[in-house]
Design a binder for this molecule. Sequence first.
Ligand SMILES: O=P(O)(O)OC[C@H](O)CO
Ligand SMILES: [Mg+2]
Length: 239
Amino acid sequence: MMAALKPAVTRQITHVLFDMDGLLLDTEKFYTVVQEKILADYGKTFDWSLKAKMMGKKALEAGQIFIQDTGLTGLLTPEEFIQRREVMLHAMFPESDLMPGAERLIRHLHAKNIPMAIATSSHRRHFELKSTKHGPLFSLMHHVVTGDDPSVVHGKPAPDIFLVAADRFEDPDLKVANVLVFEDAPSGVAAAHAAGMPVVMVPDPNLATSLCQEADQVLASLNDFDYAHWGLPSMSSEQ
Ligand SMILES: O=P(O)(O)OC[C@H](O)CO
Ligand SMILES: [Mg+2]
């Protein structure tokens, strides 16, 4: 009997880059709650169309979008926005939990010697707070690049952070076409493609599907990741 045809391998992925907020960690909800509270002080409401523009962005850029989009120019500066957000987020971040499937995926790729790194727009100090409960797991990463890194001149959707993260594997044989990015935000998907990298998107269910069209693959959860499709060793493989 003929063996079942394996799905065609469309890529031979050699390295993996993970976004963090909303992809590895369930932290976008903290930003939403805090931004809703700030807007409520001005009698305004926060919605997912604004959220979609802010997610994945560096803090100041997100602040500028928040203020311009809600008509708070002149009433609130981006710096004041960040400062007011910071106070509330500081208490929430250490409670950050992993997204479904994140731990299993990271541990599997590490066991199969696939180099991984995190590339997050978050500031380093926020990364440290958010990873409070996840030190051992995140120690499996080859490195972590944060949004305040001096080498990350332009934030997502610019390619900077993913190119810097790829460079820091220090692998002369690395090809960006074989570096797989995992993202939750449209800006992150755009940044990955700008860097020449394929990207798997795991969007929040509230994100408009029209904003999820660019990714190479869209999953409901990291649990649904198809290793074989990307030329990666599957859970059952002896590789
Ligand atoms: O999704 P990240 O990890 O690049 O960072 C997200 C921002 O800090 C908040 O949307
Ligand atoms: Mg994200």
